[in-house]
Design a protein around this ligand. Structure first.
Ligand SMILES: NC(=O)c1ccc[n+]([C@@H]2O[C@H](COP(=O)([O-])OP(=O)(O)OC[C@H]3O[C@@H](n4cnc5c(N)ncnc54)[C@H](O)[C@@H]3O)[C@@H](O)[C@H]2O)c1
Length: 277
């Protein structure tokens, strides 16, 4: 979607951090912006800032883990701006427990927001884009969707799933006028760790924390820079949006390990290539 001027973006988790950075960058590109977040005050403050800068922006409260709430977000976006061209499924939380310690409610919180949040967005907004033959969906994964390690097991489970979902979605819609990108940042300087605690619903709170030391997000990239990369990538229709190169060797090692196992299989048991099962 190389022309963004006058089009509408819906960004979840836009009350803070990367989502707020994407909101600023899309507004700067001339888009009308729906700032969606579970934290109403923060969403309103970002929308007010965009409006003060001359953009058309509204704040909408949404809980992305709840399909009905995402359906209501779509209705409010259409009511305000008639169409949605860009959907950024960006809302996410961090649960940093080791898998051996994590309560099932830790898993549920992590998966309900990070993974179901993206699923609900795709389910709700994709049909209109396909019907119109135009649109773009950006799903926020992480470098933790390409490489993993403790204590990020719960988080990486959701982020690997988002990468897989996005790769499949790309193949499903690429020839139907709808673009797909998956955003995989390394550390970004946001409120991810504190905000994840603040907005955690009681229903998925076991009351006990087994948190390991959290990643030092304060040492990370500015969210504004990430927002600009997202806008560039939507215009260029890039699939992978990579904002850091410091883990290149680790990504290479992971892929080399997979390929080594494929080659080892062929050497020990013979090639299955061309065989019908
Ligand atoms: N900060 C990093 O280093 C980093 C790195 C890679 C990926 N990410 C991902 O970027 C995305 C944005 O995170 P961030 O770092 O900007 O953190 P952040 O906490 O600053 O922003 C996330 C926003 O999502 C909102 N949110 C949380 N649960 C929600 C829900 N159920 N419904 C709607 N909104 C909800 C929060 O209120 C918050 O405003 C997340 O998906 C995160 O996993 C962050």
């Amino acid at each position: 979607m190389n022309e963004l001027q006058g089009k509408t973006a819906v960004i979840t988790g836009a009350g803070s951090g990367i989502g707020a950075g994407i909101a600023q960058a899309t507004a700067a590109a001339g888009m009308r912006v729906v700032v969606a977040d579970i934290d109403t005050e923060r969403a309103q403050s970002v929308a007010d800032e965009l409006s003060a800068g001359g953009a058309e922006a509204i704040a909408v409260q949404v809980d992305v883990s709840d399909l009905a709430s995402v359906t209501a977000l779509r209705e409010q976006a259409y009511e305000a701006f008639n169409e949605v061209h860009l959907l950024c499924n960006n809302a996410g939380v961090w649960v940093g427990a080791m898998m051996a310690d994590a309560d099932i409610k830790d898993w549920q919180y992590q998966i309900n927001v990070n993974l179901y949040g993206v699923i609900h967005g795709v389910k709700t907004f994709l049909p209109d884009m396909l019907a119109r033959g135009e649109g773009h969906i950006v799903n926020t994964a992480s470098l933790g969707g390409l490489i993993s390690g403790p204590p990020e097991g719960l988080y990486c489970t959701t982020k690997f799933a988002i990468v897989g979902l996005s790769e499949s979605l790309l193949m499903e819609v690429a020839d139907k006028g709808v673009g797909v990108s998956v955003l995989c940042p390394g550390l970004v300087n946001t409120d991810l760790i504190t905000q994840s605690e603040k907005v955690r619903p009681a229903a998925v709170d076991p009351g006990v924390r087994h948190d390991q030391p959290a990643p030092d997000v304060a040492a990370g990239l500015s969210p504004a820079v990430v927002g600009e990369r997202v806008v560039d990538s939507v215009k260029d229709n890039n699939f992978y949006i990579i904002t850091h190169d410091d883990y290149r060797e680790v990504i290479e090692m992971r892929h080399a390990g997979i390929l080594a196992a494929v080659d080892d299989h062929a050497r020990r048991y013979g090639s299955t290539s061309g065989r019908t099962f």
